[in-house]
Ligand binder design. Structure first.
Ligand code: FNR
Length: 342
């Protein structure tokens, strides 16, 4: 199977695999406020994630890339959507393109289609500083994501098994790059211990990338003859990860992703301490099944839901959402109590 065929397989499985029956964002209840003095037209959706200035907290999170015709088309469409809506976009892992020039066009096209927008480059934690700089250069990136995906690698038959240099690589890249470097999970979430460890390496930007949406254990198992099903429910759900991150002593720039379904989930993420939230699988599904215009209208719809939540919580500025009171129920509450969080 060629690399581009493997990527298409990946996309197909990412869109079709079984989702969790329960989404932990449903365990977070925000507190309704009956009276508001706000004007819809004056709700401000701009946000700052450290040095990154974004016109909206919603962004298209890292997905695909590579030399195949289909992956070029997908990235071209996503880049056009991000340019049209003004939201930022992360590209998928550029590791293959760093090693093989034939893979580069699907990344370079993102900057061509969106010359002025905020674009995030993406590498794995096996990357050297030189490779990270190459990835940034390839898309004229405003920030770099470094994804950490230990379990995905362990499930992939051809995946990495030696992780001894990962912390050192992250530390070196964070120290050397002149732009924000975001350490990102791919759907298994981050614990407070992970966040503290990252912070000790000099990391100040994290995307908790929690469980609840695209599930890479299931995606990779669909490609294995003998699936490792025991690990299909592994990982920390996104809202819990955010609470974990809030419970560290470190002042970090936190991004939420993994299982964000709508603007209300996004608002909950911001209440729990995130400054932006990413969506991947659900936007890709809309693109593949309904086309580019449907993704644009989806983004407008999600933005509208977010503004409705702001109105109902009485906040005209996104940064005022952080720390608004909320109630945890169900499994999330069990977790919060047993880990002595909040
Ligand atoms: C991804 N994701 C991902 N992440 C990353 O850092 N580098 C990558 O190359 C990819 N590739 C990729 C391909 C496809 C097809 C999907 C659907 C996703 C992970 C993605 O950015 C995100 O962290 C997870 O998908 C969780 O978010 P959702 O899908 O639940 O919104």
């Amino acid at each position: 199977m060629s690399r581009s065929e493997r990527k298409l397989d990946h996309i197909r499985h990412a869109l079709s695999h079984k989702r969790d029956a329960h989404n932990h964002f449903d365990d977070i209840d925000l507190i309704h406020q009956s009276l508001t003095d706000l004007d819809w037209e004056h709700l401000d959706l701009s946000t700052k994630v450290g040095e990154l200035k974004l016109s909206s907290p919603l962004f298209i999170n890292a997905m695909t890339g590579g030399g195949g015709k289909k992956t070029i088309e997908i990235n071209q469409s996503l880049a056009r959507v991000s340019a049209q809506t003004g939201i930022s976009m992360a590209v998928g892992s550029q590791m293959a393109a760093i090693k093989d020039k034939i893979e580069r066009p699907s990344f370079e096209i993102v900057r061509k289609e969106n010359p002025h927008g905020v674009i995030l480059a993406n590498v794995g934690s096996e990357s050297t500083v030189e490779q990270a700089l190459d990835a940034v250069d390839m898309v004229g990136a405003n920030a770099l994501q470094i994804h950490v995906n230990t379990l995905q690698e362990l499930i992939m038959p051809e995946g990495d098994r030696d992780f001894t240099s990962r912390s050192k690589n992250i530390e070196n890249i964070v120290r050397s790059l002149p732009i924000p470097v975001i350490i990102k999970e791919v759907g298994y979430g981050m614990s407070k211990e992970t966040v503290e460890h990252l912070s000790s390496l000099g990391v100040t930007y994290i995307d908790v990338g929690g469980r609840g949406g695209t599930n890479f254990s299931r995606v990779e198992n669909l490609r294995r003859e003998k699936p490792l099903t025991a690990f299909e429910n592994w990982g920390i759900p996104t809202p819990i990860s955010l609470i974990e991150a809030e419970n560290t002593s470190k002042e970090l720039h936190v991004i939420a992703s993994g299982g964000v379904r709508n603007g209300l989930d996004g608002a909950k993420a911001l209440v729990l301490g995130a400054q932006a939230f990413g969506m991947a699988g659900s936007l890709l599904r809309t693109l593949v099944e309904q086309g580019e215009e449907a993704v644009v209208s989806n983004i407008h719809f999600i933005t509208r839901e977010l503004k409705m939540a702001m109105m109902l919580l009485g906040t005209s500025k996104l940064s005022d959402l952080r720390g608004k009171s909320y109630v945890t129920t169900g499994k999330t509450n069990d977790w919060v109590e047993q880990r002595s969080l909040r």
